[in-house]
Design a protein around this ligand. Structure first.
Ligand code: ADP
Ligand code: MG
Length: 245
């Protein structure tokens, strides 16, 4: 670990009953880095994301965010959830709140920002994800791509140190995938630290600094996108790529 390390996992293990879902995971994500995590379904990618946000506990090992070990509970957890933003496959917006309210809720309730300040920032963020004109609508009135862009704005409103994306485009109709990837690519270019679980290989090639390939709860290969896609080192990765490319 160095001063530039933002997210560090050391020998992380996690079981669900008899299932050893994360096996001795070691990952370091540096500030400003974009790490794409890929791998077959059931390999532990979502669980990995959830442990970093402490939506799941771990059995052994250590996770630190910006040098601070994950808190067990209490106030530290709220702080952590501000530091580690999360964008899910299923958007998870508040259905009975408007787009603007979805983006201001966290800053006002958790970060105790005053409402005017939170709204000013929300407008900026909605503009940044190209959706300010929808601010008064409810999630159900938006397309999936628009909802996911709101979810990204909502995560950004908490000023996270790192943004985690768990298959953010998997639930979208094909024509809406690109608008979300475009927002993510722009964030990556602006230097946002990101961990992205995705099957979008075009995004991985364009935006990732590093690809982490997982299978059966293990990191099987860590590589540059260039090498990973043209000359994967492991048979497991070669096999996976031959099925999806
Ligand atoms: P991925 O995101 O790579 O598809 P997951 O992390 O969702 O993989 O799941 C890894 C394994 O853990 C799968 O076998 C899944 O069925 C299992 N699993 C995930 N969540 C739970 C849970 N809450 N309880 C029991 N098993 C789980
Ligand atoms: Mg998953």
């Amino acid at each position: 670990m160095t001063a530039t390390s933002l997210v560090v996992l050391e020998n992380v293990n996690k079981h669900f009953g008899d299932l050893h879902v994360l096996r001795d995971i070691n990952i370091t994500v540096d500030r400003g880095e974009v790490v794409v995590v890929i791998g077959p379904s059931g390999s532990g990618k979502s669980t990995l994301c959830r442990t970093i946000n402490r939506l799941e506990t771990i059995d052994s090992g250590l996770i630190t965010i910006d040098g601070v070990p994950l808190p067990e509970e209490g106030r530290g957890l709220a702080r952590l959830r501000s530091d580690v933003g999360m964008v899910f496959q299923s958007f998870n917006l508040f259905a009975h709140k408007t787009v603007l309210q979805n983006v201001t809720l966290g800053p006002v309730k958790v970060r105790r920002q005053n409402r005017a300040e939170a709204e000013k920032r929300a407008w900026e963020l909605l503009d940044r994800v190209g959706i300010a004109d929808q601010a008064g609508k409810y999630p159900a009135q938006l397309s999936g791509g628009q909802q996911q862009r709101v979810a990204i704005a909502r995560a950004l409103a908490m000023d996270p140190k790192v943004l985690m994306f768990d298959e953010p485009t998997s639930a979208l109709d094909p024509e809406m995938v690109q608008e979300v990837l475009d927002v993510m690519t722009a964030l990556a270019k602006e230097g946002m630290t990101m961990v992205v679980v995705t099957h979008e290989m075009g995004f991985a090639r364009r935006a990732a600094n590093r690809v982490v390939f997982m299978a059966d709860g293990q990191i099987v290969e860590e590589n540059t996108p260039d090498e990973f896609f043209t000359a994967p080192r492991t048979e497991r990765a070669q096999d996976f790529l031959s099925k999806i490319l």
